[in-house]
Design a protein around this ligand. Structure first.
Ligand SMILES: Cc1cc2nc3c(=O)[nH]c(=O)nc-3n(C[C@H](O)[C@H](O)[C@H](O)COP(=O)(O)O)c2cc1C
Length: 330
């Protein structure tokens, strides 16, 4: 079975990639994931806040974790909140490149087009095969319009694109008012692919303590459906790579995502829950599914839904919505 796929211009042996997470935190696990069949690995993110904190610490000649410094930046995490310093992150890229044959994709995570973006070049110099830029943003400024938010994101992509020559993927949230237009603009700015979608980790409220409680729940496959919709809508008209992230747990989820237009699938929650060996089983089951259904390749599967001739998504959504609501009988 031909599982080959091309993502961001990288030739991959199959469409399965462990997404940005602690799975890429150490070389031992990265090697294990390669042994289990991973076609590439996305490293955990290096965050804008972390780079800013390190810079401040250098400039003020203080240890970033000293009390005074932490107090001055209470709205920010401290350097100690991050697993690795930015120098250690560069070493991780170098070590991973030595240890495995699969492409190593670095991840930068931030929301403002500032000086921290210089770091993209360092990630490239350390040997990253591609860069994933995670735009994890919750706009809340009453004076910032939706258009302003998009311009800020586009400016960031332009700035990062200006720093590196390696392929660039942009990881997005689904909360843009006109995603098709925005996606087109991201590609025009030089994004080689889109990663759909970020999950927001909404904090909960502790009703006894009257406090906000950060929560991290791993995903479930039902979260994939939002991705399927947008993969279908975007991939039918936009020539670029697409990665599905969010809810890919089983072989059937990967089949759905690729049918909807994904070039690759990224997996995190299921690998954290079941361990890297889970990937082996998913790839084997995916291969068997393709064989049983007489597909010859992943690219044949990707075209299977014939989305180019699909109806206008807005009209399709409205009529589907009406049909579903009207179909409910009491
Ligand atoms: C513990 C944990 C850490 C994560 N760290 C990052 C990160 O550093 N950067 C990033 O872009 N996404 C990060 N993610 C998000 C994942 O890459 C992925 O997009 C998300 O979990 C949805 O995929 P899933 O349903 O396969 O888990 C993290 C997710 C988890 C669960």
């Amino acid at each position: 079975m031909n599982l080959f796929t091309e993502y961001l211009g990288l030739s991959l042996k199959n469409p399965f990639i462990p997404g940005a997470s602690p799975l890429g935190h150490d070389v031992h696990t990265i090697r294990h994931l390669e042994d289990c069949g991973a076609a590439a690995i996305v490293l955990p993110s290096l965050f804008e806040e972390q780079i800013a904190l390190e810079k401040q610490a250098r400039e003020f000649h203080v240890e970033a974790h000293t009390e005074g410094f932490a107090e001055a930046t209470t709205h920010l995490p401290t350097v100690d909140d991050f697993d690795k310093s930015s120098d250690e992150y560069l070493r991780l890229i170098e070590d991973a490149k030595q240890a495995v044959d699969i492409p190593v994709i670095a991840s930068l995570n931030g929301i403002t087009p500032g000086g921290w973006i210089d770091h993209a070049r360092l990630l490239q110099q350390a040997g990253a095969d591609a860069l994933e830029l995670n735009y994890y943003d919750l706009p809340s400024d009453p004076d910032e319009t939706g258009y302003d938010v998009e311009l800020r994101a586009l400016e960031m992509v332009r700035a990062v694109r200006g720093e590196v020559e390696i392929p660039l993927a942009v990881k997005l949230s689904p909360f843009f008012s006109s995603l098709r237009n925005f996606a087109k603009q991201l590609v025009a700015e030089g994004a080689n692919g889109l990663v759909l979608f970020n999950r927001f980790y909404q904090p909960d409220i502790d009703i006894e303590e009257l406090d906000v409680r950060p929560t991290l729940e791993l995903s479930t496959p039902s979260e994939l459906r939002l991705r399927l919709r947008w993969l279908a809508i975007l991939s039918s008209r936009l020539e670029t790579s697409f990665a599905a992230t969010g809810g890919v747990h089983w072989a059937a989820d990967a089949v759905r995502a690729i049918m909807a237009g994904a070039t690759v699938v990224q997996m995190v929650s299921c690998l954290l829950r079941f361990g890297p060996e889970h990937l082996k089983g998913v790839i084997a089951e995916f291969t068997t599914w393709l064989e049983t259904h007489e597909y010859e390749s992943v690219s044949q599967l990707r075209g299977a839904m014939n989305l180019r001739n699909s109806p206008d998504p807005t009209g399709f959504e409205r009529s589907n919505y009406l049909r579903i609501l009207q179909g409910w009988r009491v």
